[in-house]
Design a protein around this ligand. Structure first.
Ligand code: KG4
Ligand code: ZN
Length: 392
């Protein structure tokens, strides 16, 4: 079974093609490509939705072509039937250029054969999501592939299933039945901060999330205040490495004692802003002070994430912890969870570093969790809606 997966929820356009094994519990990676739009969004200091949508529309056909070429996917050389062409035009009516490119690609290169197409339908930026969703729908229609709508956050959870150096391995995933349930997942990204009770693969309960900014967003905003480029997470952690703990730089740990699983990072961000202003006015915002602020901010975030997650581990009697999403690439945060899980004697599952951010393989892995259970997806060309605020 050949499964194509597509991810366009934010600022990466990603596509992968995998060959699912007979037992339907693992796959081999035939192609995996991510085009990052970071350089384009950097100018704006964040992701600009209309721009993201335009870039996804531009990237999808080149990605499809590269995927088909690399994987030696069989194509059926025939002309699109009139009604197929009309349907494609209708599905992609909001992306006129993409519709044209799509039709001309198929007429020049033939119709690629896939058995299944999984695509992120949410959560994420609605305009960006729609582009991927409509493209997947049109592609499934002409290729006869079943559709698997994917939840981006389940994708981040599934990212921990991918083995390191998967491209050289026969099978890309760890054995699914070796994971201890129940588990708790802490999902930390640019758009989300969620604690999830994972009863089993495919059985999730959202137990808490942020009331305002997501962790990654807070990193990005604080970086901007310090004059660092987007995305700010890696920048903050880079300069924090040389930071020193100082008595005059200390930030609150918002909601750490709230007794529930909710987070808030906007107050923390404001405290950072005030302190930066204070140092600026005093003419003392030198490079070392910026590093010290970055360190103090990172520690405040780490402490809150750790305290809430520890409480969730207790509450749900978790036998394993998953930490995933873009911010899980943060070494100081990852280290805190390594120590915590070691102390408890339970395993910690982190994605490989290059799979912490958005990618299409995690979407393939999340679809496999469904396929394994006999979920047959929905018929080719079925209408799907992008849901910006999709929940578990
Ligand atoms: O999961 P992701 O790639 O995209 C979303 O779904 O949002 O997460 C991106 C976020 C950005 O806010 C970025 O600044 C943050 O992850 N990030 C980090 C680090 N690397 C990426 N935050 C803290 N430390 C890092 N090393
Ligand atoms: Zn993400």
């Amino acid at each position: 079974m050949r499964l194509l997966s597509i991810e366009t929820s934010c600022d990466e356009t990603a596509m992968s093609l995998v060959e699912v094994n007979e037992r339907r519990d693992n796959f081999r990676v035939l192609s995996d490509i991510t085009i990052s739009q970071i350089d384009i969004h950097r100018e704006y200091g964040g992701v600009f939705p209309a721009l993201a949508k335009r870039e996804h529309a531009k990237n999808l056909i080149p990605l499809l072509k590269a995927t088909v070429d690399r994987s030696g996917t069989k194509t059926e050389v025939r002309k699109l039937r009139k009604e197929e062409e009309e349907k494609v035009q209708k599905i992609l009516s909001r992306e006129k250029n993409l519709a044209e490119e799509f039709i001309s690609y198929l007429s020049e290169n033939g119709i690629p054969h896939f058995d299944a197409v999984s695509v992120t339908i949410g959560p994420g930026l609605a305009p960006a999501l729609w582009t991927g969703v409509n493209f997947a729908r049109a592609l499934s229609l002409v290729s006869g592939a079943r559709l698997y709508p994917a939840n981006h956050m389940e994708g981040h959870i599934a990212s921990i299933l991918l083995k390191p150096r998967y491209l050289e391995e026969e099978e890309a995933l760890f054995l699914l039945d070796t994971f201890p349930f129940p588990m708790v997942a802490l999902l930390i990204s640019g758009g989300h901060t969620q604690l999830v009770h994972v009863r089993d693969w495919g059985e999730y309960e959202l137990v808490g999330e942020t009331l305002d900014d997501a962790v990654g967003e807070a990193f990005d905003k604080v970086a901007r205040m310090l004059g660092l480029p987007y995305p700010g997470g890696p920048e903050i952690s880079r300069i924090a490495k040389e930071g020193k703990i100082r008595e005059d730089i200390h930030f609150p740990r918002p909601m750490i004692h709230s007794g529930d699983f909710r987070f808030s990072f906007s107050g923390l961000k404001t405290s950072v802003r005030y302190l930066i202003r204070y140092f600026e006015k005093a003419g003392k915002l030198d490079e070392q002070t910026k590093r010290d602020i970055a360190l103090a901010f990172e520690e405040a975030v780490r402490d809150v994430l750790l305290a809430k997650t520890a409480k969730a581990l207790d509450e749900y009697g978790a036998r394993g912890l998953i930490v995933a999403g873009g911010v899980s690439a943060n070494e100081r945060i990852a280290q805190a969870f390594r120590e915590e899980t070691e102390k408890r004697g339970i395993p910690l599952y982190l994605p490989e570093r290059y799979l912490c951010g958005d990618n299409a393989l995690m979407i393939a892995a999340s679809a496999l969790l469904k396929i394994r259970k006999g979920d047959e997806g929905i018929p080719p060309g079925t209408e799907m809606r992008a849901v910006g605020n999709l929940h578990f």
